[in-house]
Design a protein around this ligand. Structure first.
Ligand code: UDP
Length: 364
């Protein structure tokens, strides 16, 4: 692929999005391209481990749809981030200015069964990416982190000053924590690094067009896709994992954040790199500051879909915590970002996507 050239015959600057064909990645690519002021190329690298590309098609389905929606081109490479030579080719072909790094394995329970696969993908992959970035003099990075790094909360809401790394219950969570520590060390080693580690709470929802959304492999582990698959008739009933927590109704409480808000948080983070004097490692929560229980989410989804969702209560899921809520004040102060979409939007947008794509991107 030939690099793009602008009028002055310099290479157009580009943002590299790893894992850009996945759920959070594709919504962020859409958010970047939907902005009228985006004058950068978007380059996606994804190994398609959790994204669908129809046979004979060059680009994964969500990227093809985003190109159609925005009438803009996305450069796509089917490469694993552990492939250093493959990554180098991308940095040779494009004038990469910054990297948004989503590519990772993310199924918490699976990570307990397959720790080496998780550490390989999430840590080796991340270190390989950083080595290539350093080689090409690219030091701006937005990292896809998780509120999991906080472990069992000592206090709520969780602010970024809360300790991280203690009491983590899965290799997935530890891989996110280890990567944050690696990025802190990088920033200590060289002041040129600018790292914003976005600690996501619980991303849910879909693009309001209903054209892109979450398409989990197999039976979903997370609550919102599980509920929406019950609503659409793919799954029989929701199993509520525990109704004896010290919460409003006994079920687990989480800070759900609309994936489009999450995507916009990344756009704001990229903008921050332009701020004079910005450098070093910054961890920032992306959450709403409001928690909802399993039953509250269920009832909001029933309202949005107009369907009754069968459910039964079972025992607690191993490793779960009672409640998790973000303090989103730093995101507002540092990024000028706050969540704009509420629970009703999250449910309505999830339902629009699910009802029009009962089998996700794969169609019938
Ligand atoms: N949950 C549930 N049934 C499910 C999936 C999740 O009751 O099939 C509950 C889970 O125990 C937690 C909440 O829903 O209280 C959110 O779970 P999810 O896996 O979506 O996010 P996480 O636990 O990683 O924050």
């Amino acid at each position: 692929m030939k690099p793009n050239h602008n009028e002055n015959d310099t290479m157009t600057s580009a943002i590299l999005v790893t894992g850009g064909a996945g759920y959070a990645g594709s919504h962020t690519v859409a958010a970047l391209l939907e902005r009228p002021d985006t004058d950068v190329d978007i380059v996606v690298v994804d190994n398609l481990s959790n994204a669908y590309r129809p046979e004979g098609q060059k680009k994964p389905e969500p990227l093809r749809i985003i190109e159609e929606m925005t009438e803009k081109t996305i450069h796509f490479y089917d490469i694993d981030i552990r492939d250093a030579a493959g990554l180098c080719r991308i940095f040779e072909n494009h004038n990469i200015d910054c990297v948004i790094h989503f590519a990772a394995l993310k199924a918490v329970a699976e990570s307990v069964e397959k720790p080496l696969e998780y550490y390989q993908a999430n840590i080796t992959g991340t270190c390989t990416l950083f080595e290539v970035m350093r080689k090409y003099g690219v030091h701006k990075l937005v990292y896809s982190s998780s509120c999991t790094v906080y472990g069992e909360p000592e206090r709520l809401p969780l602010d970024e000053g809360h300790p991280t790394g203690a009491g983590l219950t899965s290799p997935y969570g530890r891989s996110k924590y280890f990567c944050e520590e690696i990025m802190k060390d990088l920033c200590r080693s060289d002041p040129k690094w600018m790292v914003i580690s976005l600690r996501y709470f619980n991303p849910v929802g879909a693009h309001p067009s209903g054209k892109i959304g979450e398409d989990p492999n197999g039976i979903p582990n997370n609550l919102m896709p599980y509920i929406s698959q019950v609503a659409v008739g793919r799954l029989k009933e929701l199993v509520v994992f525990g109704a004896d927590y010290p919460t409003v109704d006994g079920t687990g409480v989480r800070d759900y954040i609309h994936v489009v808000d999450l995507a916009e948080g990344h756009v704001k983070a990229v903008k921050l790199f332009k701020q004079k004097g910005f450098s070093g490692f910054h961890a920032v929560n992306l959450g709403t500051g409001t928690g909802y229980s399993v039953l509250q989410l269920l009832s909001a989804f029933e309202k949005a879909s107009g369907r009754k969702i069968p459910h039964r209560v079972a025992g607690r899921r191993a490793g779960d915590i009672a409640a998790n809520v973000a303090d989103p004040a730093l995101a507002q102060r540092l990024l000028g970002w706050r969540a704009a979409r509420g629970l009703a939007d999250m449910c309505a947008d999830t339902w629009r996507w699910q009802r029009t794509h009962p089998n996700g991107y794969r169609g019938e």
